[in-house]
Design a protein around this ligand. Structure first.
Ligand SMILES: [Zn+2]
Length: 85
């Protein structure tokens, strides 16, 4: 089992969906990892990503993150929901 927190951006963008929830306004978004690969580079460590996140709606920095593997059937529905946003 891959340790998700050891992933780098490019690999993560292929394997996982990265969700972020703002504690202040409760919006939940799917973070566009492909776009971040372009911005931060393919080798940016996924575990450092949270400190870079800011809520698109209220600008808050109190972000809760969740990572789901795309190939995990138990979480697939949730994953699809996120990807649609
Ligand atoms: Zn917010």
């Amino acid at each position: 089992m891959t340790d998700v927190w050891s992933l780098q951006l490019l690999e993560a963008s292929q394997l996982v969906v990265y969700g972020a929830e703002c504690r202040d306004c409760k919006i939940i978004v799917n973070v566009d990892l492909d776009a971040l690969v372009t911005r931060l580079g393919p080798n940016f460590p996924i575990k450092q990503l949270r400190s870079r996140l800011k809520c698109a709606q209220c600008g808050g920095k109190r972000i809760i993150t969740s990572i789901l593997f795309r190939d995990n059937t138990a979480t697939q529905r949730l994953t699809e929901t996120w990807v649609k946003r």
